[in-house]
Design a protein around this ligand. Structure first.
Ligand code: CIZ
Length: 307
């Protein structure tokens, strides 16, 4: 079968099974283009979890990485959340464990723990409040300066929130291996070729890259800004998967990836075949133990209260 025929066949089978299972397909902005195209909704992890929490669907096929599917399971205990590839993990989330965080909290008994959503559910359960790349600054700004604030696990997002808010944060030494691959030289090279281009940078990038940004935004923020920004050329410093959505939604603009090396291999694991298999076999069901879910939910809800 030719590739185009094979994809059409897969898409038809997925659509039929999706209806039968009363399922909703969600795709993160870093997923493969073919996966983003078949999804009912695309977005960042928080946007997708909020959609999951509101839908009538009984099954959520979460095309992203494990911590994202876990966040949906935390917010929607009555729905079956499926991750189409069980190996879709997140190296940043794996840079912290609940045990290592408990040990750190013993060293810092007065610490208030802010936890980036890119973390396991068990770590969220040990934290006071969660944040995303979209609201990390807002969450940190609202905290009392009298407490020690421990920010986990992404040191660069923490550094960004600390430098913009003026709050001193104790940073966990984690990082996203994909975002740290983007260098200031990458941005400067692209700027030389596209001098009029605006530069959008994700806050998981290193400070020296962030310092070259016109705007620092989550992927959801980049999508919203791209629709209204005047510039015709836009340099995008984050995982390259987002270029698919930006270009599709804004065909009159030219989006330039800051670095073609910014590819997250885990975000590229899910394919149309995996989605079909997931719906056929109802795999892989992401479950969060109830005791952990309730504690993690309280940290996620605290973030939502912060706005
Ligand atoms: O929270 C997310 O979705 C991540 C990891 C990045 C972003 O900005 O979309």
């Amino acid at each position: 079968m030719l590739n185009a025929d094979r994809d059409l066949h897969l898409r038809e089978k997925i659509a039929a099974l999706k209806q039968e299972r009363k399922a909703l397909i969600l795709a993160h902005n870093y997923q493969l283009g073919e996966v983003q195209d078949i999804a009912d909704f695309g977005g960042d992890s928080l946007e997708l979890s909020q959609i999951a929490a509101k839908t009538d669907a009984e099954v959520i096929v979460f095309c992203g990485v494990r911590f994202m599917a876990e966040t949906a399971a935390i917010l929607c205990p009555d729905k079956m959340v499926l991750l189409p590839d069980v190996n879709a993990g997140c190296p940043l989330a794996d840079m912290i464990t609940a045990q290592s965080l408990r040990e750190k909290k013993q060293e810092l008994p007065r610490a208030y723990v802010v936890c980036y959503v890119n973390s396991p559910a068990s770590v969220k359960a040990e934290s006071d409040v969660c944040c995303t790349s979209a609201n990390a600054l807002k969450v940190v700004e609202k905290l009392s300066s009298n407490d020690d604030i421990l920010f986990v696990p992404d040191q660069y997002l923490g550094h960004y929130a600390s430098s913009r808010s003026g709050k001193k944060l104790i940073l966990w030494p984690g990082f996203c291996p994909t975002h740290v691959r983007i260098s200031p030289e990458d941005i400067l090279r692209q700027k030389e070729q596209y001098p009029k281009a605006k530069v959008l940078v994700h806050p998981e990038c290193k400070p020296e890259v962030i310092s070259l940004a016109d705007e620092v935004l989550s992927t959801g923020g980049m999508c919203r800004l791209a629709a209204k920004i005047e510039a015709e050329e836009i340099i995008v410093a984050t995982e390259v998967g987002i270029i698919h959505r930006l270009s599709k939604e804004n065909p009159d603009k030219h989006f330039i990836p800051a670095s073609l090396e910014a590819i997250c291999p885990y975000m590229k694991l899910i394919t149309l075949e995996h989605i079909l298999h997931s719906l056929e076999e109802m795999k892989y069901h992401i479950r969060v133990p109830e005791e952990i879910r309730l504690k993690a939910k309280s940290a996620v809800e605290k973030m939502l209260e912060f706005g």
